[in-house]
Design a protein around this ligand. Sequence first.
Ligand code: CUA
Length: 155
Amino acid sequence: MHLHKYEKIWLVFGIASLIVFLSVVGVSAFSHDHTPSGGMDTIDPEKVNETAPFDNPGVSQLDDDTYQVTIVAMAFGYNAPEMKVPAGKEIIFKVTSTDVVHSFTIDNTKVNMMVVPGQITTKSYTFEKPGKYLILCNEYCGTGHHMMSSEIEVY
Ligand code: CUA
């Protein structure tokens, strides 16, 4: 096979740029000790229902200003009865999945978590305004993906 001189130059340039870019990303990630957003906690996805705090999903109050909401995501819904939390307090969401990758996304907020089986994803958020907020899954997770939604009430 014969390669034109310019083709060779661009091939070398392309491959060299790729190596440089990937090295920059890799070295900076390791040197800054990057972790996946949402934390590094793991869980056995087959034992979610027996593992605290997921054995008792829902809202719990940690102290005067902090609440925790524990949610189990599965095809095609979220298991967390009665999601009602106060405005102006720190809400810590802890989510995991029992099957495939989902998301836990609260409309009109900065809560947009990827929910991965085997991993516990954590996100802290403070609601400013009371109201009902739509919760959606935005990772395609199967035939019922479009029906996967819920609601959280902020009072
Ligand atoms: Cu769960 Cu899409």
